[in-house]
Design a protein. Structure first.
Ligand SMILES: Nc1ncnc2c1ncn2[C@@H]1O[C@H](COP(=O)(O)OP(=O)(O)O)[C@@H](O)[C@H]1O
Ligand SMILES: [Mg+2]
Lengths: 438, 255
């Protein structure tokens, strides 16, 4: 028999015997205790908690990864735009038609070197222009050789594209006019042909013609199509036409494309229309005839691409929203199950003095903790996934910390929102019915 | 109807025309059909009667777990029949303790945590809760089993944990619905001895039982039939400790 029974009558069991008095006020658990209690309730059914948090986990991981990859892609596009040069207009030849009949050989070329000259001379908002021809050719330096793109261009090409000369110098107007055989190498070509020495001053041969290397371009990286913009050799336009890409067309004035730089602060659209009008006039197009050339504002292209990446982001965001919704419904479902399973516990808590709001808080906290655990794991997985995707696809990845914070906040809100109804149901249980429940 | 032995001063429990109706099919059933009773502080009352006679309904109303359909109920002079659920929770927290037939312990929590539970809802700090819960468990003879979980305790030990839990907030009235219903005779007697010791230390007890053997340890017996009080009689309580000592030698409770 237990000692207190023998001591009966000496008031050993008096409720407050020898103990500090209970506080007069009342209150619930503090937050730390509530969290610990929620965690232990979830730990009692770990597998179920993990499966429930999975929806939110996937949603959050998806948000973070897609936002990071999207931001990285956008940054890359911006860099590509920059590598093309700011305020850039590009013209390239269109299909030459007259009525429905395509013109035969010997018809006038649709875009010429003189068009480029005309534009820079006659359109005040165009500050620099370059006519360009390109051809893939073999370049040889000593015993190294490399297949690359030779681009014949006017000396202003470096200004038009804001290209930086890393070593040496660009070719001059004088050299261009004289048809000198001088070359400025792209960074990749310089690396391939001259892995150990400074190429400036070296001699190379382009399609058997000797050239002097006078400069090396700064690295520009890939363009939007994934092509290496540094795999190029720049030479003067007429040198290219006469000495390298001749083959019977030595006197041809036609070009592959013309690049134009619009003066800083000028309205791009107005400049574009002036250029269009001038080229149409030079090509003697009647008002009802369509353009026989294409004209593009490169920042428009950038904006389009940016807009499409935004659309993609919106799409991904809605995917994430759907998975958060599904995750939230999972939380609600499991909390309802939990409330049913723990009906007797709720009845007991009510019997020993819990108010409805104490029960409400208990189950709400549990739902939020569950959702937040899923969210936190999702953040970790999302960051990992971003880097994995970036490494696999060679994309840059930019973790957007505001998106991470938002995702965590949204998962907490998901728990709060979807946990509310089950928690309210728990709080409104009738104590007697709950105690009798089985 | 007033007790002959009613002490002067405010009554602990006083009901007049207490009724409770439950919806049953088309109409309603009167689980309690007008009960007048007065219980002074420090009483030890047993409520008896056949199954379905309204004993539990009466206990739940007195325990503020439920609100009556009609009539009045004053607990320590305060009219509580129409209070809101949260006010009733507060009264349960301060004035009342419950012991159930099936113990109703939280299965994942150890004895100490189970006894701490009522104090959480009174905002007692963790440290003080631990101290008080440990002292209360020691007082019911479980000082060595603070960290046992319910499934590691015998039925009698579990009921002691439940009693410690009921007492820990210092209630004026302990309510017990068939507290020995799930226990063997010896363990039941031990619980009755504990109740009598508690009662001597000043805690009033209202205990529902259908077992006359158990009811004889109370000082007063209420008899219910069909939701009405049909008997109210004071008696000289049998001594549970003596009854326990008189039992033929039996194996001690599992350690
Ligand atoms: N929640 C309820 N809903 C409907 N009827 C109930 C409910 N609780 C009790 N009753 C009915 O009220 C009567 C008294 O029940 P109860 O107080 O539990 O009796 P006892 O405890 O004496 O066995 C019984 O007829 C029972 O069926
Ligand atoms: Mg009953």
């Amino acid at each position: 028999m237990s000692p207190p029974l023998r001591e009966a009558g000496t008031r050993p069991l008096a409720p407050a015997a020898g103990l500090p008095p209970l506080p007069a006020g009342r209150g619930g658990m503090d937050l730390a205790e509530a969290l610990a209690s929620a965690l232990s309730a979830l730990a009692a059914n770990t597998l179920r908690a993990v499966l429930t948090a999975l929806g939110i986990f996937i949603g959050v991981a998806a948000v973070i990864a897609t936002v990071a990859v999207g931001a990285g892609a956008r940054q890359q596009v911006m860099q590509q735009i920059e590598s093309l040069g700011a305020n850039l207009l590009v013209i390239w030849p269109g299909t030459v038609r007259q009525g429905a009949v395509r013109l035969g050989a010997g018809a006038r070329p649709s875009l010429t070197w003189d068009d480029a000259q005309g534009v820079v001379e006659e359109v005040p908002s165009i500050v620099a222009a370059s006519a360009n021809i390109r051809q893939g050719l073999q370049v040889i330096a000593g015993n190294q050789n490399w297949a690359t793109t030779i681009q014949g261009a006017d000396p202003d090409v470096f200004v038009v594209h804001d290209w930086v000369i890393e070593e040496g110098r660009p070719f001059t107007a004088e050299e261009a006019r004289a048809g000198r055989k001088v070359a400025v190498l792209g960074a990749t070509v310089a690396e391939m042909l001259f892995p150990y020495e400074n190429p400036v001053g070296a001699r190379i041969r382009i399609a058997a013609t000797p050239f002097e290397v006078i400069g090396v371009l700064g690295r520009k990286g890939q363009n939007a199509q994934g092509m290496d913009q540094d795999d190029v050799v720049m030479i003067p336009f007429w040198t290219a036409r006469r000495s390298v890409m001749g083959a019977g067309r030595v006197w041809s004035r036609s070009v592959n494309f013309v690049s134009l730089k619009v003066a800083e602060g000028e309205d791009m659209r107005a400049a574009e229309e002036e250029v269009r009008a001038l080229i149409r006039q030079r090509h003697r197009l009647a008002p009802n005839e369509p353009d026989d050339f294409n004209l593009r504002n490169m920042s428009d292209v950038a904006a389009t691409r940016d807009a499409s990446s935004r659309t993609l982001s919106m799409l991904l965001a809605s995917v994430a929203a759907v998975s958060l919704l599904v995750g939230g419904i999972g939380v609600m479902n499991i909390m309802l199950v939990s409330v049913t399973e723990r009906t007797r516990e709720i009845g007991l808590r009510l019997a020993v003095g819990a108010r409805r709001r104490d029960i409400l808080a208990q189950f709400l906290i549990e739902a939020v903790v569950l959702a937040l655990l899923g969210g936190a794991a999702g953040v970790v997985a999302g960051i990992g996934l971003s880097h994995l995707l970036g490494a696999a696809a060679g994309w840059p990845v930019l973790i957007q910390w505001d998106a991470v914070a938002l995702a965590v906040a949204v998962s907490a809100l998901t728990g709060l929102f979807f946990g509310f109804w089950p928690a309210r149901r728990a709080a409104r249980l009738d104590p007697i019915a709950a105690l009798r429940h089985d | 109807m007033r007790d002959a032995d009613a002490a002067p001063g405010p009554l602990l429990v006083e009901t007049e025309g207490l009724t409770k109706h439950y919806a049953a099919g088309e109409g309603t059933v009167a689980a309690l059909a007008g009960v007048d009773v007065a219980i002074p502080p420090g009483a030890f009352v047993a409520a008896m009667g056949p199954s379905g006679s309204g004993k539990s309904t009466f206990l739940n109303l007195i325990g503020c777990l439920d609100r009556p359909t009609g009539g009045s109920y004053r607990l320590m002079g305060e009219e509580v029949a129409r209070l809101s659920p949260d006010r009733l929770a507060e009264i349960r927290s301060r004035r009342l303790g419950f012991v159930f037939q099936s113990f109703n312990l939280l299965p994942r929590a150890d004895a100490l945590a189970n006894v701490e539970l009522p104090m959480i809802y009174r905002g007692v700090r963790r440290r003080q809760r631990r101290e008080r819960a440990a002292a209360m468990l020691a007082a019911v003879g479980l000082g060595e089993r603070l960290h046992h979980r319910p499934n590691q305790l015998s039925g009698g030990q579990q009921q002691r944990v439940a009693i410690a839990r009921a007492l820990v907030n210092g209630p004026d009235l302990l309510l017990a619905d068939e507290p020995t219903g799930a226990l063997d005779t010896r363990t039941g007697l031990e619980i009755m001895a504990l109740f009598q010791a508690l009662n001597r230390s000043g805690v009033a007890i209202l205990m529902v039982t259908h077992d006359a053997e158990v009811a004889r340890f109370a000082a007063r017996v209420l008899r219910f039939r069909d939701g009405r009080l049909v008997g109210d009689r004071a008696q000289v309580p049998a001594d549970a400790a003596a009854a326990l000592a008189a039992l033929p030698a039996a194996p001690a409770e599992a350690a």
